[in-house]
Write a protein that binds this ligand. Structure first.
Ligand code: ZN
Length: 252
């Protein structure tokens, strides 16, 4: 992806895992996912290259982003304080999610997160800065690597998913716009890694941001949404949920 930055993509949901290499074979592992076999393969890939996780990061409190395997060792895994609080509060639901969709994970290491103090992960490697917002989930934290210009966006800025606002929020669209705007203003992005989908360059990042703002505007206006990403059933269902929620509230 960039010098010292690797992305693995799982078959399930086109989920990405990002590996950032640091000093002495240490690496920062972001959103390792998704099946038990994927994590075992990831651990094997790291070992074969003399790498070992020294820190972890979960971008947001959804089950497919708080996974881990004993094979990956016992590095401290961080998330934003808000994401950690939500993870603790909603642990039963997260466990239900992982068991229904990707069974077999060791639950003793599932969702074991520490709140990050400040906005940078302290580790011996490239600077990793957290950008926290509540767009797709409460306490969603993208990670930006200023040295290489890589933005690990979590479940935002995807080429295969429409924006998926947090429907439990009081103002899902407002929160989403605020989060997207925050990411759009990060200076120096040259590569974007979405939580699900494909890596994009600077121009691709800009066009995804524009497409996402366009989608939000159309949904809010209640007009027909023409978005090439609205091709699969579950995304159409999410789109209908958001539209009806806004209509109910008299906003759509
Ligand atoms: Zn998510």
């Amino acid at each position: 992806m960039a010098p010292g930055v690797f992305v693995a993509t799982a078959e399930k949901y086109t989920t990405t895992t990002t590996i950032v290499t640091g000093a002495d074979g240490g690496c920062l592992l972001i959103d390792p996912a998704v099946s038990v076999a994927d994590l075992v393969a990831l651990a094997r890939w790291l070992r074969a290259r003399g790498l070992h996780p020294v820190a972890g990061w979960s971008t947001h409190p959804h089950w497919d982003h708080v996974l881990w395997s004993p094979e990956l060792g016992d590095a401290t895994r961080y998330a934003t304080p808000r994401a950690v609080a939500v993870t603790e509060r909603e642990l039963p639901g997260l466990i239900e999610g992982v068991q229904a969709s990707s069974p077999g994970h060791d639950l003793t290491v599932f969702a074991q997160l520490e709140p990050l103090a400040g906005t940078e992960i302290e580790w011996r490697g490239p600077r990793a800065v957290s950008y926290a917002h509540d767009a797709h989930a409460p306490g969603h934290g993208a990670i930006f690597l200023p040295d290489s210009g890589v933005l690990i966006a979590g479940d935002m800025c995807s080429d295969i998913e429409i924006p998926l606002p947090d429907l439990d929020a009081t103002d899902p669209l407002g929160d989403y716009r605020t989060g997207l705007d925050l990411l759009a203003r990060v200076p120096g992005i040259t590569v974007v890694v979405p939580g699900h989908g494909h890596v994009g360059d600077r121009d691709e990042f800009r066009s995804r941001v524009a497409a996402d703002f366009g989608y939000l505007e159309a949904v809010e206006a209640g007009t027909d949404v023409v978005d090439p990403r609205l091709t699969v059933d579950w995304l159409r269902a999410e789109h209908v949920r958001l539209s009806s929620l806004l209509t109910e509230r008299g906003e759509g």
